[in-house]
Design a protein around this ligand. Structure first.
Ligand SMILES: Cc1cc2nc3c(=O)[nH]c(=O)nc-3n(C[C@H](O)[C@H](O)[C@H](O)COP(=O)(O)OP(=O)(O)OC[C@H]3O[C@@H](n4cnc5c(N)ncnc54)[C@H](O)[C@@H]3O)c2cc1C
Length: 354
């Protein structure tokens, strides 16, 4: 690593990422209320890095091209399926911040299941909202259908849209602030089982028997040199099952066909494919979709073009709920005064400890 990239590029990148994380952590304590993503970005001093691509930002900070286009780009491609010169620098830095990531034993979905359970909200699964209409006294009427059955309507005091606007398949009322469609990355995820302990060395033009790493990431350097795009973004061996098979996950921009899998792994047991609209395209920007669309009508997913993760969507949701409570009851999530900076050294999470 030191031989190829020197000392300065890795340490500078690591310092930039740490500075970004330290600033971001203010969202848990001191930066508690914002009316728009632009306002939040400015209050965290992120406007400049969101406004430039990661390649330009790293170059401006003295990070060498080799490190930027090989190490950081491999991260932006595995995390966001986007190249270094196309993704804004805040998200580029987030791509490098996954070290030490933790997960819940049994699946992260339990976090959200418990949010629902603790909130005591009524959950309507498999229910598609098809229309939204404003009614008298500032109320909103939703039209929805459960499992494709006949539509029903329900009225609410306030509505929070918490899905990417483009996927809602719903027309907003004409009184609402317009939402600009944010194109999402169409990502092919392939999970498979194989008894091969690693991918084929021959596929990677290595001598037979050469050991292939358990995780292979890609860059766009070949494309820049006029060569074909890599056939996948990332390929990772996850774990071995008790029957001896290995579970492998592949992210790619196109479907990887069965014959390709056979060529790369030699033998393949089951294959599971899923195409996701995974995350928005994240070009440098100064503008985000509004959080408040109308009186008592809010939108969470404008935050996704700022930072796209489960954790930040949770923060965005907290911000939207705070905005809604202020509008409806003149009081945010925490009582007035609590949003002052907590005393130094106190373990305090705003909205959790108040
Ligand atoms: C393959 C992949 C890997 C990822 N890896 C990570 C990772 O490692 N870490 C991380 O933090 N993030 C990761 N993400 C991103 C993360 O999943 C998103 O940032 C997050 O799910 C966004 O949450 P959300 O609640 O805003 O939207 P979503 O999770 O998209 O939830 C929106 C919900 O609304 C529902 N919905 C849509 N339209 C309607 C309608 N009209 N009526 C009713 N319901 C509707 C949808 O069915 C969906 O359940 C990954 C995403 C993908 C696809």
């Amino acid at each position: 690593m030191l031989w190829r990239y020197g000392y300065r590029s890795p340490t500078t990148t690591s310092a930039l990422v740490q500075a970004m994380i330290n600033t971001y952590l203010n969202l848990y304590s001191t930066v508690t209320h914002w009316g728009s993503v632009e306002e939040l970005s400015a209050s965290l001093n992120f406007t400049e890095i969101v406004g430039q691509d990661t390649a330009a930002y790293l170059a401006s900070q003295g990070v060498g091209d080799a490190y930027a286009y090989e190490i950081v780009e491999a991260s932006t491609r595995v995390n966001y399926a986007q190249n270094l010169d196309k993704i804004h620098a805040l998200e580029g830095m987030c791509s490098m911040a996954s070290d030490g990531a933790m997960s819940i034993k049994g699946g992260n979905y339990q976090v959200f299941e418990n949010f629902i359970r603790e909130s005591k909200a009524s959950l309507h699964l498999n229910t598609h909202v098809t229309a939204l209409e404003s009614k008298s006294a500032g109320r909103w009427q939703l039209t929805a259908s459960k499992n494709g059955a006949a539509p029903f309507t329900e009225e609410y005091d306030a509505v929070i849209l918490a899905a990417p606007y483009d996927s809602l398949a719903m027309t907003l009322p004409s009184s609402a602030e317009p939402v600009t469609p944010a194109p999402y990355v169409h990502l092919h995820v392939t999970l498979l089982a194989t008894t091969s302990p690693s991918a084929s060395a021959e596929y990677f033009n290595q001598a037979p028997g050469t050991s292939v790493p358990a995780m292979v990431l890609t860059t766009a350097q070949g494309i820049r040199a006029g060569k074909p795009a890599p056939e996948f973004n990332s390929l990772s061996y996850h774990r071995q099952l008790t029957n001896g098979e290995w579970i492998v996950k592949i992210f790619s921009m196109q479907r990887v066909e069965d014959d390709w899998l056979l060529k790369v792994f030699g033998n393949v047991g089951w294959v599971y494919r899923k195409v996701w609209d995974a995350y928005p395209q994240l070009p440098p920007t100064a503008k985000f979709n509004p959080m408040k669309l109308d009186k008592n009508l809010y939108y969470v997913n404008g935050f996704e073009t700022f930072i796209s993760t489960m954790e930040t969507e949770t923060i965005a949701s907290r911000g939207v709920v705070d905005l809604m409570l202020r509008e409806m009851f003149d009081e945010g999530i925490c009582p007035s005064g609590v949003s002052e900076p907590p005393p130094e050294g106190v373990d305090f999470v705003w909205g959790w400890d108040c």
